[in-house]
Design a protein around this ligand. Structure first.
Ligand SMILES: [Zn+2]
Length: 231
């Protein structure tokens, strides 16, 4: 795993990043972000910079997700607790507030933030962050992927590339668990992968399992020769 900020970081030059459709402005140190993200490294290349005004636009990334990314760039930690949880106030006024229900809401919220972070990491070409998202998603609970709602399953299939780690992970979970009723709200693309996995399980039922933290490396992206995280 890549953990450190570049030892060559001088923290002198900065870059403006306009994030989301409302173009919220973030300013980051060029060397720090380019060390983590090949997308930014390309964006800061001489050839590209000649045609730009020192500003990068990320229209399809949400400001909260980019905040997580900046924190990751400077600390090598993906800490979703730095994002305020929008439903906390509502929870406190709910008469039926119950610790188990609250924990479920929290898990669903964390899973949605992690899905958005995976998509952002895909755009920014940061495979280390994608691997970290997989780890945190699989570490959410005993059945972590039940916290990924159908909306977020469709979001993942609309915004990631074919055969991405998170798609394979979710398909492995959904194939043995999803009901016909829940499957009806999945997008066509997600259903195709789900059916492919079901056919595989029909022929090889021993392959059925629910992904957990110990399986995480199956869904990671590693370069050739890199040490795997799990045996
Ligand atoms: Zn791994």
């Amino acid at each position: 795993m890549q953990k450190e900020v570049s030892p060559q970081s001088e923290y002198v030059e900065t870059l403006n990043v306009l994030v989301g459709p409302e173009e919220q402005l973030f300013t980051v140190h060029k060397d720090a972000i380019c060390h983590k993200s090949p997308f930014f490294a390309a964006a800061c290349s001489t050839q590209w910079a000649e045609h730009q005004d020192g500003t990068v636009r990320l229209q399809f990334v949400e400001p909260n997700t980019f905040k997580l990314y900046i924190h990751w760039v400077y600390t090598a930690q993906l800490d979703i607790s730095i994002i305020e949880l929008p439903f906390y106030e509502k929870l406190e006024t709910q008469p039926q507030k119950h610790p188990a229900w609250e924990a479920t809401c929290l898990r669903i919220h964390k899973a949605s933030l992690l899905c958005k972070t995976y998509v952002a990491a895909d755009v920014l070409l940061d495979r280390h962050l994608k691997n970290e998202v997989i780890d945190q998603l699989l570490g959410l609970s005993t059945y972590p992927l039940d916290a990924v709602s159908e909306d977020y399953v469709n979001y993942i299939w609309s915004n990631t590339h074919v055969n991405s780690g998170i798609r394979r992970c979710i398909a492995d979970y959904l194939a043995p668990t999803t009901s016909a009723r829940d499957a009806k709200v999945l997008s066509r693309e997600a259903l195709v992968d789900l059916v492919a996995r079901l056919i595989e399980l029909r022929d090889y039922p021993d392959l059925a399992y629910l992904p957990g933290f110990s399986d995480r490396c199956k869904y990671h992206e590693h370069v050739e020769g890199e040490k795997r995280c799990t045996p």
